[in-house]
Design a protein around this ligand. Structure first.
Ligand code: ADP
Length: 629
C-alpha cells in the first residue's frame, strides 16, 4: 500500500540525467558518500546516547556493505538513528541545496562529480550515478516509530510507504545498472572501501573472510587448525592523528607511517598537527628521507575529512614546498569538493597554509635548538626541503634564517650568521662585500679548492639540485654578500682586495706572451688575458664568469626567460700568470716548437684542472707529455 507519491522538489528539469551526465569521472565515490552517511547516523546515535536522549539498546555499531551479483544490488546498512517517513521527506526529498536555480546555473560550470556533490549536498543522490533504482528501508530510533521505505527509479518521482525493517537503522539498496556492473565485483568494492574507509571511526564490514584458528592437536601431538568465517572488517587502521600526542609513542608514529607507505624507509621525524581555532585541523606530517628525486616524492599527503579519505592531491591546500612531506591531514573545514580556483582563494585554506608552515618551522627550529648534532646529521635530507621552503615562501624564510645550514668542503656546518662571522675577516673585498666561495663538485674542483684553502678561504659545498636557486636567493637576501664558484676567476680576482701585484714582465713581454697563447689555443670561446698573480698561483687558469655560468645553469634547468643564455656559446677567460716562473721560461725559450709545446702544456693543465680536457685534446696532451718526460 503506497502511502505517498510525490515529486522530488526540484522544479527545474529532471536532476538525474544531470547527475549521470556530469558526474561521470569518479563514479566510485557513491560508496564513500553512502558509507559516510551510515557512519554519521551511527555517530549521531552514540551522541544521543551520551546525552541520555537515546532510549533502548545502542548495540554494537556496525556498517555493512553487501553485494548481490545475481540480484545486481549493492546494500549499505547501518544501525544508526534511522529516519521516520517525515524525515525522509525532509532530508532526502528536498535535496539539500539552497536553490534549484542556483544549482542549474552552477552545474554548467562544474568540471567533476565531487564539485557538484559537495557544493550542493547531493551525497545520497550520488547513488544514481551507478543505479537506476534506489530503495531505502529505515526505522527511526524514536519511540513508537514505524518503519518506512522510499523508492525512486531515477525520475523525479518517488514513493514513500510503510517499510519492512524490524531493527533500528537504515538500509540503502542500489539496483546497479548495466553500465556500472563493475561495481558488482567484490574485489572492486573492497578496494574502494579500503581506499576511502580505512580509518573510519565505526567498523565497516564487507562480507566475511576465512581465517585459520588453532583447533587442538592431532594424534601426533602437532597443533591443528581449522578454517573459520570471520567478519571482513575494512577499517583496521588506527587513525593516530585523532589520538592525543601525549598518548602516542614513537613506535605508534612509525607503525602508522609503515601502514601508509609500506615500501618506504622510515621517516626522519614528524609533526602532530592539532588546531581547533579558527579552523579544525588534525594530522601527522612526516619528513621523509628525501634524497634527490624530488618529483617522485610528491603527492604523498592524504587528505581526510572526519576520517573519510578524500584525495591525495593536496596541491593548493598544503604550501607548495611542503608537498614533499608525507602523512595525513584531516579537516572538516576545507571545502573539499570545490574547484581549484575556489580553493586558492578560500580564506580557511590560506589560514591552513600559514598554520602548517608555522608548525613546520617551529619543529625545525626546535630540533635545531635541542639537538644540533642530530640536526646536522639529518641535514642531507632536511636541507633540500628547508632550501625549497626558503626560496618559495617568504614567511618560512624569515624563520629559516635561524636554522638553515651552510656546509663547507670540510663537512663543518654553520648557520648564516656563524658563517658570516667566520669568513668576513679574510673574505671581504675592497668594496666591503663579503665573498662566499662554493663548489658544486669538490672532486673535480679540488685544485681550486686547495688553492683557496691555502689562501685561508673557506669553500662551501653546494651540490643539491636546488642550490643554484638557493645561491641566488641568498645573494638577494643577504646584504653586502657575493657568492662565487671557486673557479669563477683567478684566486686574486675572486676576492678582489685591491692589492696590486707588480708585474715581472715588460709591456713588450706581456704582448708577446699573449700572442703566443692566442696562437697556441685553437678552441673557440677562449679569451686570453695576462694577469699579475702571485708566483705560487697556476701559470694558466681557465675560468668562466660567475654571472655567465649561473645564467647558463639556470637556462639548463629551464628557468623562464633564460633560454637566451642557454643558446650562447660558452666563453672562458684564459688568465696567464705574468709572475709565474714558467711564463718567464716560455718567453726565454728560443726554439719556437719547444716554446709552443710549453705554452700548450700549461694551458692543457689548466683545462685538466677544470675537467675540460677531453677527446682529441686529451690525447694530444698525453702524447706531448710522453715526449716531454
Ligand atoms: P549530507 O550527508 O551532506 O547531509 P546527503 O544527501 O548525503 O547529504 O544526506 C541527506 C540527509 O539524509 C543526511 O543529512 C541525513 O539526515 C539523512 N541520511 C542520509 N543517509 C542516512 C542514514 N544512513 N541514516 C540516517 N539518516 C540518513
Amino acid at each position: 500500500m503506497i502511502q505517498e507519491k510525490g515529486s522530488i522538489s526540484i522544479h527545474t528539469e529532471n536532476i538525474f540525467p544531470i547527475i549521470k551526465k556530469f558526474l561521470y569521472s569518479d563514479h566510485e565515490i557513491f560508496l564513500r558518500e553512502l558509507v559516510s552517511n551510515a557512519v554519521d547516523a551511527i555517530q549521531k546515535a552514540k551522541r544521543l546516547a551520551s546525552l541520555g536522549q537515546f532510549h533502548g539498546e545502542i548495540g554494537a555499531p556496525l556498517v555493512q556493505v553487501k553485494v548481490d551479483k545475481e540480484a545486481k544490488t549493492i546494500t549499505v546498512s547501518d544501525n544508526g538513528i534511522g529516519m521516520t517517513a517525515d524525515e525522509i521527506k525532509k532530508y532526502i526529498n528536498q535535496i539539500a541545496f539552497s536553490g534549484a536555480e542556483e544549482f542549474m546555473e552552477k552545474f554548467k560550470e562544474a568540471k567533476d562529480a565531487s564539485e557538484i556533490i559537495g557544493r550542493f549536498g547531493l551525497g545520497f543522490y550520488s547513488a544514481f550515478m551507478v543505479a537506476d533504482k534506489v530503495e531505502i528501508q529505515t526505522l527511526s530510533y524514536q519511540p513508537g516509530a514505524e518503519p518506512a521505505q522510499w523508492t525512486c527509479d531515477g525520475s523525479t518521482e518517488f514513493e514513500i510507504s510503510a517499510g519492512t525493517r524490524t531493527t533500528r537503522g537504515t538500509e540503502v539498496i542500489l539496483y546497479v545498472n548495466d553500465e556500472n556492473k563493475e561495481f558488482l565485483e567484490d574485489g572492486r568494492i573492497e578496494s574502494i572501501l579500503k581506499k576511502y574507509a580505512k580509518f573510519l571511526p565505526v567498523p565497516v564490514q564487507f562480507g566475511t573472510k576465512t581465517e585459520s584458528e588453532p583447533d587442538g592437536e592431532d594424534a601426533e601431538g602437532e597443533p591443528k587448525y581449522k578454517e573459520v568465517e570471520v567478519p571482513n572488517i575494512i577499517n583496521t587502521g588506527v587513525p593516530i592523528w585523532t589520538i592525543a600526542p601525549g598518548e602516542l609513542k614513537k613506535e605508534d608514529y612509525l607503525n602508522f607511517y609503515r601502514e601508509l607507505y609500506p615500501f618506504s624507509e622510515d621517516p626522519l621525524f614528524w609533526i602532530h598537527l592539532n588546531v581547533d581555532y579558527p579552523f579544525h585541523l588534525t594530522g601527522v606530517l612526516y619528513f621523509p628521507k628525501i634524497k634527490n628525486d624530488i618529483e617522485l616524492q610528491r603527492n604523498k599527503i592524504q587528505l581526510y575529512s572526519r576520517q573519510v579519505f578524500i584525495t591525495d592531491e593536496v596541491k593548493d591546500i598544503v604550501p607548495e614546498f611542503l608537498m614533499l612531506l608525507h602523512g595525513v591531514i584531516d579537516s572538516p573545514d576545507i571545502p573539499l569538493n570545490v574547484s581549484r580556483s575556489f580553493l586558492q582563494s578560500d580564506s580557511n585554506v590560506k589560514k591552513i597554509n600559514t598554520y602548517i608552515t608555522r608548525k613546520v618551522a617551529d619543529k625545525l627550529a626546535e630540533l635545531f635548538k635541542s639537538d644540533r648534532k642530530s640536526y646536522e646529521e639529518k641535514w642531507g635530507d632536511i636541507g633540500i626541503f628547508v632550501k625549497y621552503g626558503s626560496i618559495s615562501d617568504p614567511k618560512f624564510w624569515e624563520r629559516a634564517k635561524d636554522f638553515v645550514l651552510l656546509e663547507n668542503t670540510k663537512k663543518d656546518y654553520f648557520t648564516l650568521s656563524e658563517y658570516r662571522e667566520k669568513v668576513a675577516p679574510n673574505q671581504t673585498d675592497k668594496d666591503g662585500n663579503v665573498v662566499y666561495l662554493y663548489t658544486p663538485n669538490p672532486e673535480r674542483q679540488d685544485g681550486y679548492i686547495q688553492a683557496a684553502n691555502k689562501k685561508g678561504y673557506d669553500v662551501l659545498l653546494m651540490n643539491s639540485p636546488l642550490d643554484n636557486h638557493f645561491i641566488s636567493h641568498l645573494e638577494r637576501d643577504l646584504e653586502k654578500t657575493q657568492i662565487k664558484r671557486v673557479d669563477a676567476d683567478v684566486l686574486e680576482k675572486l676576492i678582489d682586495k685591491g692589492e696590486e701585484v707588480a708585474s715581472n714582465l715588460s709591456e713588450e713581454q706581456t704582448k708577446e706572451i699573449k700572442d703566443i697563447y692566442e696562437k697556441a689555443i685553437t678552441q673557440p670561446g677562449m679569451e686570453v688575458t695576462v694577469e699579475n698573480l702571485s708566483p705560487e698561483a697556476m701559470p694558466v687558469t681557465v675560468t668562466m664568469d660567475e654571472f655567465m655560468r649561473r645564467m647558463k645553469d639556470m637556462a639548463a634547468l629551464g628557468g623562464g626567460g633564460m633560454s637566451f643564455y642557454g643558446s650562447m656559446p660558452d666563453r672562458y677567460k684564459v688568465a696567464v700568470n705574468a709572475n709565474h716562473p714558467l711564463v718567464t721560461k716560455i718567453l726565454s725559450e728560443t726554439n719556437g716548437d719547444t716554446r709552443n709545446a710549453l705554452a700548450q702544456q700549461a694551458f692543457d693543465l689548466a683545462l685538466l684542472a677544470q675537467g675540460m680536457l677531453t677527446g682529441p685534446a686529451l690525447t694530444s696532451f698525453v702524447e706531448r707529455s710522453m715526449k716531454m718526460i
